[in-house]
Write a protein that binds this ligand. Structure first.
Ligand SMILES: [Zn+2]
Length: 295
């Protein structure tokens, strides 16, 4: 089960979001048929976006994370909501680059070491909040840590991990975002930093845990943590016919007439869940008459 724990240390020096997301990333992999490196890259982005979704205050707020690097993976997008549910897209799901010398997937090279990270928060106001930062390594966790520091002035530490099995399925996936509170006790923070550097592989911790509680316990070994909330999250797409109808409407009269003449039908595919929307002749004619009627 995919679950997030929101917790604090007992003296309220830091807050932590801990996500156990193996099934969620496996669902994503099956939908997008991603290569191992693409699974790790997109997986890390959706894991972080899911946790960031829970930081939103309003119920209908939305968060979009766009990673645009200069590597062969192309653009990576994740959209999450205040429930922590998330959907994502990677431009090149087949991307493969040679493994790193220690045998790990080279997400940084696939994403690119240069580029931008953009976070758009739709808070129901007239203009959305847009934050930008430069990519540090393309490894995603480091890039998001930098984003929190530069763009949100929120000292945070982001750890993300996706472990891909030999049959390309997801063996373990999850992550953690730690936010340091203002006026935090320096001794606790250095103890926390020590703990973080001692964790050489977050994926090993997830793999050894059977639930989010076990993973949370292992992460914060030596700390007295208070659980504020435990929540189930998932990879969910909210696409619907209306969205694709408006996309067709926006093509305009000439192009719609051309589609009707040449193909007599149209098929649109949701980039987030690969669901196919098939428009037959009758449906297209109805849309065309709506376009003409609105002129
Ligand atoms: Zn969809």
């Amino acid at each position: 089960m995919n679950k997030i724990i929101i917790s604090m240390d007992e003296d309220m020096n830091f807050r932590a979001y801990t996500l156990y997301a193996t099934e969620m990333v496996e669902k994503m992999r099956k939908m997008h048929v991603t290569s191992p490196t693409a699974s790790a890259a997109l997986g890390r982005v959706i894991i972080c976006s899911s946790m960031m979704g829970l930081m939103l205050k309003g119920q209908s707020d939305k968060l979009t994370t766009i990673v645009k690097g200069d590597g062969p993976a192309g653009q990576i997008i994740a959209v999450s909501n205040s429930e922590g549910n998330v959907k994502g897209y990677i431009e090149n799901p087949n991307v493969e680059v040679p493994l790193k010398s220690e045998g790990k997937l080279d997400v940084g090279t696939a994403v690119g070491h240069k580029g931008t990270l953009t976070v758009i928060k739709d808070l129901g106001l007239r203009d959305p909040y847009v934050g930008n930062s430069k990519l540090i390594s393309g490894e995603i966790a480091e890039d998001l840590t930098a984003y929190f520091a530069y763009s949100e002035q929120q000292p945070s530490s982001v750890m993300l991990g996706v472990l891909v099995d030999t049959d390309y399925s997801i063996k373990a996936a999850g992550g953690c975002i730690i936010q340091v509170m203002p006026n935090a006790d320096e001794d606790i923070i250095s103890k926390l930093e020590e703990r973080a550097t001692s964790i050489t592989s977050i994926t090993n911790l997830i793999e050894a845990s059977k639930s989010v509680s076990e993973f949370h316990k292992a992460l914060f070994y030596g700390f007295n943590m208070k659980v504020l909330e435990e929540k189930e999250v998932d990879y969910k797409c909210d696409c619907a016919w209306e969205r694709f109808e408006s996309a067709l409407i926006s093509l305009g009269k000439e192009e719609l007439e051309q589609i009707l003449q040449e193909d007599g039908e149209a098929e649109l595919v949701c980039q987030f869940c690969s669901k196919k929307y098939h428009f037959d002749k009758e449906h297209l004619e109805r849309i065309l008459s709506e376009v003409i009627g609105n002129r």
